[in-house]
Design a binder for this molecule. Structure first.
Ligand SMILES: Nc1ncnc2c1ncn2[C@@H]1O[C@H](COP(=O)(O)OP(=O)(O)OP(=O)(O)O)[C@@H](O)[C@H]1O
Length: 673
């Protein structure tokens, strides 16, 4: 047996599917119905341009009105767009998932020349009305000459009724009889919130009227008073012309008060303008208004692409107030001026999520599932276009005004470092504009830093992670004319490894990872065997002394001649070992890692400075029994001082340090006596 046919869907099953799966947010019906109304106007305008509707006056004011009647619990969306004939209602409304928008585009494809400003795609949006209404009515009159008004009414989205309509003016009125689920929209704050969220930039002016008997009773009729009040004395001092000028001023003011009501939305948002026509003030004003940020943005990028895909928008680089982990950007996504959502990770390159901005992507299939977007070719193309634009802007700023660029760096550096790690192609494009702020208070590119320090430490970048804690190392560095990059933000930890990975042959290490040759006194010529033996003996002696004093069996101790005499000791932790420790800290709670790191010990060395007097004293006194107690106390203190420049002391270590410092001072006081 062979049979063919159309698959059918039972409307009783269809609505629960719409409610549950298609739209997660209830307020989306506002977006769908108001955008349909805007579409209706856009279509009509297009027909007028094509000469298909020349009986409509060109200057007509197109608009969408949203009327909330609190007493009758109805919400109406009224437009003066294209309207529908009863045939069209049957086709586009009664046939679920048959889009009039797609049909319109197919019909006028040639004349419209691919210029697609119509929002609808799928022919489903209208039914979202049933998420909030138990009855929906359409009253509509088509733009076509001689058309009759048609009415459609449907309860619970199952059975519909069609009859003659009552509209006398072209356009469509959609009436929602709000159900229990939709009653929240009787609260005008809720309604306005949804309108502002989805419709703030829709292309047709939108006006809202709220009707309620309660509110009407409260309202007192506005005083209509054109009289000017002048006291007798004032009148005496004024000339006739001045009195007339006052009267004129009053009339102008009253006229102003009577000014046309303003639409809720901005139908021509800034991003649609040509960048060359936008002023700096306009960009800033738009930013303040849309992102509620009182600070001015640092700079912005206006995206304006028509071919091979359409993408318009403005990306703002905000001033960072806090560290990155608390900074949250906001990228608002629009499709033909209809708000879709904020921060859709599947669509927007991840690093952009730290910025603020608007993106209007009319070609993106935004109603389809997000996981499908991840592999969408359009998304990929859009991402690489945005990445390129961002990189171009950065390079241009870097080249055109280096000092202004350096001024921004503290705010944008974190963003770009993060961006480079997320999107390697971004790094390749901007690597020459990435800056390192150094302990000398200057900003250098990586190449500049390497070149400048080539003689002292070739292919090595030193950095500090905490300027206060590592102050001692920084001082030693500065005394020897060395500089280190200041990499203190959370993003810098992984960025250091990333830099090494992208610059093979360059070692990036913390300032306390190793002592550079520059910090040590130069050894004159070849060392004699006797000298080597003496050094080894001194090392062993000091190691034994410190191990005993600190009760640290496996402490590694090394004595060196440093150029700076004031520092008694420092702790060095090899770069690899420190990174391992940081990883342990980060993943410490994970059982698998815990087992993996169980036997890992930090590779720490206590470096004693033989040029320091205290260390010299220890070397001399180590063998003298009567000085043993003092030596041990000094050892502990020297070790703690070194530790403090390396990391924060634990509470027990700090208590011991304070007690010991007290004892040392007491001893000093005894000596003074
Ligand atoms: N206010 C209106 N004026 C004129 N026609 C309308 C109006 N509202 C809906 N329609 C017609 O009904 C059709 C179906 O609307 P619906 O919102 O279900 O789908 P769509 O807008 O085509 O696509 P999407 O599912 O993407 O919103 C529209 O394409 C349009 O032809």
């Amino acid at each position: 047996m062979k049979e063919t046919g159309n698959l059918s869907i039972n409307s009783e099953n269809f609505l629960p599917i719409i409610k549950k799966w298609l739209y997660t947010d209830k307020d989306i019906f506002i977006r769908e119905l108001v955008s349909n109304a805007c579409d209706a106007v856009t279509k009509l305008k297009k027909l007028m341009l094509m000469g298909e509707a020349d009986h409509i006056p060109a200057e007509e004011a197109f608009q969408v009105r949203v009327l909330l009647n609190k007493d009758e619990k109805t919400l109406q969306i009224v437009d003066n767009g294209i309207g529908m004939t009863d045939e069209e209602i049957k086709k586009y409304i009664n046939q679920i998932a048959f889009s009039g928008a797609a049909d319109f585009l197919a019909k006028y494809e040639e004349k419209a020349e691919g210029d697609n400003e119509i929002i609808g795609h799928f022919g489903l949006g209208f039914y979202s009305a049933f998420m909030v209404a138990n009855k929906v009515e359409i009253d509509t009159l088509s733009y076509q000459q001689g058309a009759a008004a048609a009415k459609w009414s449907c309860a619970d989205g199952i059975d519909y009724e069609m009859s003659d309509g009552s509209r006398t003016e072209r356009g469509t009125t959609i009436t929602l009889y709000l159900s229990e689920d939709g009653e929240e929209f009787l609260d005008e704050t809720k309604l306005y919130a949804a309108l502002h969220k989805y419709c703030a930039f829709m292309p047709v002016p939108i006006f809202v009227d709220i009707l309620s008997k309660e509110d009407e009773a409260e309202e007192t009729p506005a005083e209509k008073d054109n009289t000017i009040h002048i006291s007798e004395e004032e009148a005496a001092s004024l000339t006739k012309e001045e009195i007339l000028a006052k009267a004129q001023e009053k009339t102008e003011k009253t006229e102003e008060e009577k000014e046309e009501p303003k639409p809720l939305n901005d139908p021509s948002p800034l991003w649609l303008k040509q960048p060359r026509d936008c002023t700096e003030e306009e960009y800033k004003e738009f930013y303040h208004k849309v992102f509620f940020d009182l600070n001015d943005p640092l700079f912005w990028i206006h995206l304006n692409m028509d071919y091979p895909f359409r993408l318009k928008g403005i990306l703002y680089f905000p001033k960072l107030v806090e560290q990155m982990d608390v900074v949250e950007g906001q990228i608002k996504l629009y499709s033909n001026q209809v708000y879709i959502a904020d921060n859709i990770r599947e669509v927007v390159p991840e690093f952009l999520l730290l910025l603020k901005g608007v993106l209007d992507c009319p070609d993106m299939p935004l109603n389809v599932s997000r996981s499908a977007l991840q592999n969408d070719g359009y998304v990929e193309k859009m991402n690489s276009y945005i990445t390129k634009k961002v990189a171009d802007k950065l390079n241009q700023l870097f080249k055109s005004d280096r000092s202004a660029y350096e001024g921004f760096w503290d705010d944008i550096g974190m963003f770009f470092k993060y961006g480079c790690m997320r999107e390697e192609s971004l790094y390749d494009k901007i690597k020459d504009a990435l800056l390192l702020k150094t302990t000398d208070g200057v900003y250098e590119t990586i190449a500049e830093y390497l070149e400048k320090n080539k003689e002292k430490h070739e292919n090595k970048i030193f950095f500090v992670t905490d300027e206060a804690q590592q102050a001692q190392y920084i001082r030693m560095f500065k005394e020897q004319g060395l500089e280190a990059a200041i990499l203190t933000s959370p993003v810098d930890k992984p960025f250091v490894s990333f830099l090494e990975y992208k610059n093979p042959g360059v070692k990036v290490q913390r300032i306390d990872a190793d002592i550079t040759d520059t910090l040590q006194e130069k050894k004159d010529g070849e060392e004699s065997e006797a000298k080597k033996q003496a050094d080894e003996y001194a090392n062993t002696k000091m190691e034994t002394l410190f191990r005993e004093a600190l009760s640290k069996e496996d402490l590694k101790v090394k004595a060196e001649h440093l150029k700076t005499a004031s520092v008694s000791a420092m702790i060095l932790l090899s770069e690899d070992s420190r990174r391992m420790m940081e990883m342990m800290e980060a993943y410490g709670n994970n059982e698998m890692y815990k087992a993996m790191f169980a036997n890992v010990k930090p590779d720490e060395t206590l470096v004693l400075n033989k040029s320091n007097k205290l260390v010299q004293f220890l070397m001399d006194a180590a063998d003298q029994e009567e000085k043993k107690e003092d030596c041990q106390m000094i050892c502990r203190q020297v070790y703690d001082l070194a530790l403090m420049s390396h990391r924060s002391l634990t509470s027990e270590e700090m208590t011991a340090f304070i007690d010991r410092s007290g004892q040392i001072l007491e001893k000093l006081a005894e000596l003074e006596k």
